[in-house]
Design a protein around this ligand. Structure first.
Ligand code: AHR
Length: 666
């Protein structure tokens, strides 16, 4: 066990008791907590969420729509995810029909020609959903579609949720006469006492010959707060349980896209879903329905009491040289951002506030932070971001002086209110090695928003090793939260089905039926739910470390081997302390990354400590242990009452563990 010199320096800096170096057993770490002192204030916005359409986050994820390719635009040549149903000798054909466009936003339709159908024969179309249609017992679904029929078609349509391989019909309803004009039809489908399953499809079929054209087809289960066009209940519950303070949206790379046409063009994402064209999400290589549009993001915020942190498109695309010159060329995008802010915050007397009201939300939303672009360090043209940022910054400050403007990389032309920094680390040790980075950061510059971060170990979701790296990192952000005012992990979601993941190591996993939180999810929940409003100084001694070999840097010129950095000693024990100045409760975050239990003596000065407290602890028998869709709660925090606390007490932290110790002080 070695004493980490930089930690000792840090502890002496933070602690107001620098002379304190008591004798101790060689293997006992000691923390001295000056509970009556304030090292910093904890930002009320410290723990939030980051989201974008990646890994089927909305379509096939949070957004509760169950029909995939509902407006037939995913592929211009064929109706992907739709198939022809021909039963009991019925026959027909199915194709896209741009000759019968549905509307301007959906310039095609799905044509079903029923050549032979009589008696028990049936012909129809079926949609296979996002890796199946979830069926649960005693559950109601709302199916809707637009249709028109050829002259003389007299039949009825049956709408059913049915087993994918034929056989079981889980719920069914009939639709009366289909006319020659486009019209909307809606039915309720209710399951009985059926076993949960996902291997199902939605079938719309008939027993009569003729031709039917379909427009937008939709199927929703009940949503969170019963919002129309709303979100999946189970995933919303996982998010609500984190008590996030804000939502950073809509990206991420999804904001930018490869080209102008494939950016997040917010005006095309509002209003009736009927009029939303959707777009190719080329950043992550799949179609986006834009059912999760600007208003849905905002309502998601409202439902979970989160504040929106809006990223606006800033004239930079990820491929194809999209880099709009500051000045007249960029002005339309600046105007678009101002209009977007007006849509969010404007009263009903403003143009875009009125539009939001007519879209169904008369009340404005709160907004404090607007981010200009995303990761503009990838724009290598000197001065490009500086110029673009300045134009957005000036326009936003002129119209909305109280808004805080976030930069995505360094600029010299203006002083941003906040800098967004992203940290993806390849191992637990690497993440832990950075947990003290902010301790020495100057406080004279802009505040910091850690807008994307993760220990990328484990897929599709992080394992316990990643959670330990994350927890070590979070002690650093929390301790420095006078500077780090906001943080959010990324990516948030992954559909765990084959083909669902574009980016490995994602916080929350799901399939059509169920969802789960990774150990890293629970670690965040522990941090977000249990902290005070002030940071309390902690002096430490005997902090154990282990050797870590950082990976080689990037390859240089051809044939030149990248330099191998020197090995580092990285602590295996991390900690921070906050106090609720109202109740007096002290929250000690304790992270033991070691494979052996860690005895820890706590000395609490400045307050009288009550003997009884509470521990919320999560541990694993191996750092490789994880949660999964089949074992969703293998690793979860456990809450227990503790006794024997006082001015000085010893606790042993389990191996591979994260603990919040709640100590009541007066
Ligand atoms: O979180 C995944 C991606 O990582 C984000 O879209 C991008 O901002 C970052 O490079």
């Amino acid at each position: 066990m070695k004493l980490n010199p930089s930690l000792v320096k840090f502890c002496l800096l933070l602690g107001s008791v620098p002379a304190w170096l008591p004798a101790q057993a060689p293997d006992a770490a000691v923390l001295r907590i000056s509970a009556d002192q304030v090292a910093a204030h904890v930002s009320p916005m410290l723990y939030g969420l980051m989201t974008e359409e990646i890994n089927y986050s909305y379509d096939g994820g949070l957004y509760a729509e169950l029909i995939r390719n509902r407006n037939f635009k995913e592929d211009a040549k064929q109706p992907v995810h739709w198939s022809l149903v021909q039963e009991n000798g019925g026959s027909g054909s199915m194709s896209l029909d741009p000759g019968q466009p549905f509307n301007d936003a959906i310039p095609t339709s799905l044509k079903l020609t029923i050549a032979q159908a009589a008696g028990a024969q049936r012909v129809g179309v079926a949609n296979d959903g996002f890796w199946g249609i979830p069926v649960k017992p005693d559950t109601r679904y709302r199916a809707s579609f637009y249709a028109r029929a050829s002259a003389g078609f007299k039949g009825q349509l049956t709408v059913a949720i049915a087993g994918a391989s034929g056989g079981a019909i889980h719920a069914t309803a009939r639709v009366g006469r289909i006319t020659g004009q486009w019209r909307r039809y809606e039915v309720s489908l209710t399951t009985g006492n059926v076993a949960p399953s996902a291997d199902n499809r939605l079938v719309i079929s008939t027993g009569s010959p003729g031709t039917i054209w379909f427009g937008l087809v939709s199927l929703f289960p009940r949503t969170w707060h019963d919002r129309p066009n709303g979100n999946r209940q189970d995933i919303m519950q996982l998010l609500a349980d984190m008590k996030p303070a804000f939502l950073r949206f809509p990206g991420g790379n999804y904001l930018e896209g490869y080209t102008l046409a494939t950016r997040f063009d917010w005006k095309k994402t509002i209003g009736d879903i009927l009029r939303r064209p959707g777009h190719l999400n080329d950043s992550w290589r799949y179609w986006s329905s834009d059912g999760m549009g600007l208003l849905e993001f905002l309502e998601w915020c409202e439902d979970l009491h989160m504040e929106p942190v809006l990223a606006v498109y800033a004239g930079f695309g990820l491929r194809g040289g999209v880099r709009i010159k500051p000045g007249a060329d960029l002005q339309p995008y600046v105007d678009e951002a101002l209009e977007e802010i007006e849509y969010i915050t404007g009263g009903p007397a403003t143009t875009w506030g009125a539009r939001r009201a007519s879209d169904g939300h008369p009340a404005p939303f709160p907004l404090q932070y607007v981010e200009i672009g995303n990761e503009d360090n990838f724009d290598r043209e000197p001065g490009s971001y500086d110029g673009r940022f300045a134009q957005f910054f000036d326009a936003i400050k002129a119209k909305y002086p109280r808004l805080k403007v976030v930069a995505t990389t360094g600029v010299s032309s203006r002083v941003p209110d906040v800098m967004d920094e992203h940290y993806y680390r390849r191992s637990e040790d690497e993440m832990a090695s950075h947990a003290h980075d902010y301790d020495a950061r100057s406080r004279s510059g802009p505040k910091v928003f850690v807008g994307e971060w993760a220990t990328r170990v484990g897929e599709p979701t992080p394992n316990m090793s990643a959670a330990l790296g994350d927890a070590a990192w979070m002690t650093g952000m929390e301790r420095n939260s006078d500077l780090v005012i906001m943080s959010c992990y990324a990516p948030l979601f992954v559909n765990v089905n084959e083909g669902g993941m574009q980016w490995r190591t994602d916080l929350i996993g799901y399939d059509a039926l169920t969802s789960y939180g990774s150990p890293a999810y629970y670690a965040q929940r522990m941090f977000s739910l249990h902290h005070g409003d002030v940071v309390v100084p902690v002096a430490a001694q005997g902090i154990p470390t282990r050797e870590w070999q950082p990976p080689p840097g990037r390859a240089g010129a051809p044939g030149v081997q990248p330099a191998r950095p020197a090995p580092q000693q990285v602590p295996t024990l991390f900690f921070d302390a906050t106090r609720d100045s109202g109740t007096g409760t002290i929250y000690l975050k304790l992270v033991n990354r070691a494979g052996a239990p860690q005895p820890l003596r706590m000395e609490i000065v400045g307050v009288t400590v009550e003997p009884k407290g509470r521990a919320i602890a999560m541990s694993a028998s191996s750092p490789d242990d994880t949660n999964s869709i089949t074992e969703p709660r293998k690793i979860v925090p456990v809450t227990s009452d503790v006794d024997g606390l006082g001015a000085s007490f010893t606790r042993t932290l389990p191996s591979y563990s994260i603990t919040v110790l709640e100590v009541r002080g007066k």
